[in-house]
Ligand binder design. Structure first.
Ligand code: UDP
Ligand code: MN
Length: 255
């Protein structure tokens, strides 16, 4: 039996949201053993996301909920994107769902992955993830992140002895959110494991991982961390100035 992969995706309303989620939903469709947990950064869930799940025929394989980032922590349009943590509220809400869903009595193996809505995921990544052993955290390279073409764990024999990270390499786990997944039993064994607004910039990954593992216990995947199966792509915000122009022109015509 393949383990169930619980993929947690925070998402928020913006012009590119539907495009991002369309891309992601089509990947999810091709992975037989995913349960997709989408958490909207909003007071309530939206029609846009709900109907997108319906149209992709993913309703039975997904859970949709909302968890709004508190105003004090919310990124403002003009803030640089690194100035505040993103996804904390949503990922923690996702973990809560999983802790309720995982049946301690059941022997089914589960994996928890934090799958942001804008990255690029290869189908092979999910096959690798399924190899994560019980009680383990699996790790692999991530493309286009941390100022590098590839940020990746460094192996000594079959063990992870370090990371090639150049950005804040002093972090306990200097890896991106897309570069690891956690065996579900660890999520159950460490009920406090979660993300935090208190963590400094770049420390969310270390924040959750410090509860559940140590570097030497990490399980290298993706051809001993030689293959890149996920990329930290970021979508440019489109320029939409002509939208307001169109609206103004429309007003003029109807005057
Ligand atoms: N996100 C969110 N609310 C926000 C900003 C981001 O829910 O106000 C989500 C976003 O959709 C993504 C995750 O949080 O799934 C990480 O955000 P982003 O991709 O902008 O972070 P970066 O790639 O810059 O680290
Ligand atoms: Mn991103």
């Amino acid at each position: 039996d393949l383990p169930i992969i619980y993929a947690i995706t925070p998402t928020y309303a913006r012009p590119v949201q539907k495009a991002e989620l369309t891309r992601l939903s089509h990947v999810v469709k091709l992975v037989p053993n995913i349960h997709w947990i989408i958490i909207e950064d909003a007071i309530e869930t939206s029609k846009l996301v709900k109907s997108l799940l319906e149209r992709a025929d993913l309703k039975s394989r997904s859970t949709l909920l909302s968890a709004k980032t508190p105003d004090d922590f919310k990124l403002k349009a003009k803030d640089p994107n690194w100035s505040k943590a993103r996804g904390v509220e949503q990922r923690n809400a996702g973990l809560e769902v999983i802790r309720k869903r995982i049946n301690k009595a059941s022997s089914r193996h589960t994996i928890v992955y934090f799958m942001d809505d804008d990255n690029t995921y290869s189908l092979e990544l999910f096959q690798e993830m399924a190899k994560i052993e019980r009680g383990k955290v699996g790790v692999w390279p991530v493309g286009l992140v941390g100022g590098l073409m590839v940020e990746k764990p460094i192996l000594g024999g079959n063990e992870i002895i370090g990371f090639n990270s150049a950005w804040r390499p002093e972090r306990p786990f200097p890896i991106d959110m897309a570069g690891f997944a956690i065996s579900g039993d660890l999520i159950m064994d460490y009920p406090d494991a979660s993300f935090s607004y208190e963590a400094p910039r770049g420390y969310q990954e270390s924040e959750i991982l410090r509860y559940v593992t140590v570097v030497r216990d990490l399980q290298p995947l993706a051809n001993n961390c030689r293959s890149v199966l996920v990329w930290h792509t970021r979508t440019e915000a489109p320029k939409l100035d002509s939208e307001t122009k169109l609206k103004k022109d429309g007003q003029k015509r109807s005057d």
